[in-house]
Design a protein around this ligand. Structure first.
Ligand code: SF4
Length: 371
């Protein structure tokens, strides 16, 4: 293996890795196709999501939207519904926007070049490289978290691995190591090694097909790598969530098209000042929405953690007389039986599950919940 400035032949590394991949690759559905649309869907799902979690969603999504054209003519609500539970919903919205753009700009055929793929909404460097290499045989390293970890160990790189200089270094070295005739297999093999043997903690160097070529293994530094920026923990904020119901119908609000849980339906949820009690804050919010109802107390508490934020939710049940409630396009009433078919983020899905157990007939069951 080489350090910067020294030319070294990488073919033993690629050969050992590809041989191992041929014998040990997991039988995953997106590996049985070179259809760029399917590979795109899989890459979108696998960002931030484990393979085991993504698998049933991948099957269901392709049953619901078997072709790029099917997805392109779907509504955002249909796509979010198919995606719900996977989280990071901007991936689903971008995927839909992206396929619509493929229809308009490329006549429904995904382009082969990395640059054109990158020009599509939501197609980042990793996804573009994965599609270009796997489906079109382009020689382009796909640098996801697994590949960055593996490559930083191969070359014993002691730089913050997400930094531009580190990415440039690893990109250049992987590109040189990538055989011209199997770039897609090489990218997948690197990711597979990271997912199965070159693990973040306790890498299985004893089983690794390239152990004799790995500088971190030879120098005893594998457990220290990759170097990463220290991430701040999610910032906690207090929110109130109003479960407003009249009989078995409950009031939902569509979240803004930008930001957290964009475009999803919710039980109206708002951040509150810490110096004001959740109950007082809710009373003010109800007034601002023109709602007069009976608030049940005490509230339930739930915590919902996102990448940068943690909601500490105080959830109140608010009973409305028949016929009352706000109007407007962001509001809708939905029967309990309809909730499952509507796109909702995980926190509100959890609230819906509580509600389904509590209504009808026993709203008191909704009280006194402890997280
Ligand atoms: S030898 Fe160890 S550290 Fe190096 S690539 Fe293999 S599993 Fe990772």
């Amino acid at each position: 293996m080489r350090q910067p400035g020294n030319k070294t032949d990488f073919s033993p590394l690629a050969e050992a890795l590809l041989r191992w991949f041929g014998d040990n690759r997991r039988d995953l559905p997106w590996r049985q196709t070179k259809d760029p649309y399917c590979v795109w869907v899989s890459e979108a799902m696998l960002q931030q999501t484990r393979v085991e979690t993504a698998l049933p969603y991948y099957h269901r999504f392709l049953e619901r939207f078997p072709t790029l054209a099917d997805l392109a003519c779907s509504s955002e609500e249909e796509v979010l519904t198919a995606w719900q539970g996977l989280g990071y919903y901007s991936r689903a919205r971008h995927l839909r926007q992206g396929v619509r753009e493929v229809q308009q700009r490329f006549g429904g055929q995904l382009p082969a070049s990395y640059e054109e793929l990158r020009s599509l909404p939501g197609v980042g460097p990793h996804t573009a490289a994965a599609i270009a290499s796997i489906c079109f045989g382009r020689r382009r390293p796909a640098l996801d978290g697994n590949a960055l970890r593996v490559a930083s160990r191969w070359w014993d790189l002691h730089q913050e691995v997400e930094s531009p200089p580190a990415r440039r270094f690893l990109h250049q070295h992987l590109q040189e190591a990538m055989p011209a005739d199997r770039p897609g297999d090489f990218n997948q093999a690197v990711m597979e090694l990271g997912a199965t043997l070159c693990l973040p903690a306790n890498p299985r160097c004893d089983l690794c097909p390239v152990a004799s070529l790995c500088l971190a293994r030879l120098r005893g530094t594998a457990a220290e790598l990759p170097l990463r920026r220290v991430r701040l923990p999610p910032r906690p904020i207090e929110v109130v969530c109003a479960v407003i119901h009249r009989g078995d119908d409950c009031l939902l609000r569509k979240r803004s098209s930008k930001g957290l849980l964009a475009g999803m339906w919710e039980f109206p949820t708002e951040p509150v000042e810490t110096e004001t009690s959740p109950l007082q804050s809710l009373a003010v919010l109800l007034l601002s929405w023109g709602i007069t109802g009976e608030i049940s107390s005490p509230c339930k508490k739930l915590a919902a953690t996102f990448t940068h934020l943690q909601w500490r939710m105080s959830i109140f049940l608010v009973s409305l007389p028949i016929g009352a409630g706000p109007s407007g396009s962001v509001w809708r009433w939905a029967a309990l039986s309809e909730l499952q078919a509507l796109p909702m983020g995980r926190p509100h899905r959890r609230v819906a599950e509580l509600l389904e157990r509590a209504l009808p007939g026993h709203p008191e069951d909704f009280q006194g919940f402890s997280p």
